[in-house]
Write a protein that binds this ligand. Structure first.
Ligand SMILES: N[C@@H](CCC(=O)N[C@@H](CS)C(=O)NCC(=O)O)C(=O)O
Length: 215
């Protein structure tokens, strides 16, 4: 259950696509509301994405990703405890980091990315980079954190960072070759290209003001 886009459900859908596991994406408001506490349902999950697998229901993008990734067999070489740390680190870097800074405006985003030696962003991304054994987080095989990194990067790139690079010349990923390679590898999967669902729906692209205030 998720809105009609990849958004926070991106990792779950990409893993199911990659593993060839059939699923139904329920994206209408009434369907989403029927399972989410946020919309009044008396369930144990609050907000989308929600995964329902038989009589098992789970939410939170990171928890759903871990549940689905395990079901899809995307665990080869993965240390599950360390993977949970990495998923939380990724949320801190992307949602609580980039996303929260951008919500405060362009100058906050610039400060987050570029102020300090190293910047807060550089410290967070340095940690992510050092967690990638190479070529993927846990070595030779794609596992859950690789798909979560790619989904979070897709969201930030498509909502704002590709435009930021074009207009301001700042490429956040240039200093992190291992992370960039993970994202490129996931984007190059045939299953990634086959699923044409939009990553971002209208209304979620960063506004002109953000770029104007990035100085
Ligand atoms: N921390 C949650 C955030 C969930 C969330 O904010 N979901 C959004 C869509 S991406 C939503 O529709 N929330 C409804 C609400 O909070 O009322 C996660 O990672 O899944």
């Amino acid at each position: 259950y998720y809105w009609p886009m990849m958004g926070r459900a991106g990792a779950v859908m990409r893993m199911l696509d990659y593993a060839g596991v059939p699923y139904k994406h329920k994206s209408e408001f009434g369907e989403i509301a029927s399972v989410c506490g946020a919309f009044g349902a008396q369930t144990t999950v609050f907000a989308p994405p929600v995964v329902v697998d038989g009589d098992y229901t789970i939410s939170q993008s990171t928890a759903t990703a871990m549940y689905v990734g395990k079901k899809c067999g995307l665990t080869k070489g993965m240390d599950e405890d360390k993977a949970l740390q990495i998923l939380a680190d990724l949320i801190d870097t992307f949602e609580n980091g980039i996303g929260a800074a951008a919500d405060k405006g362009g100058s906050s985003l610039k400060q987050f990315f570029e102020d300090g030696e190293p910047s807060r962003f550089a410290k967070l991304m340095g940690n992510i980079e050092r967690n990638i054994q190479g070529p993927y987080f846990f070595g030779a095989s794609l596992t859950v954190p690789d798909f979560v990194l790619a989904a979070l990067t897709d969201w930030q790139d498509f909502t704002k960072l590709e435009r930021l690079k074009k207009e301001k010349g700042f490429d956040p990923w240039s200093g992190y070759p291992k992370a960039a390679a993970v994202v490129a590898a996931v984007r190059a999967l045939p299953s990634y290209k086959v699923n044409q669902l939009q990553v971002v729906r209208d209304g979620f692209y960063a506004k002109d003001e953000l770029f104007a205030a990035y100085r």
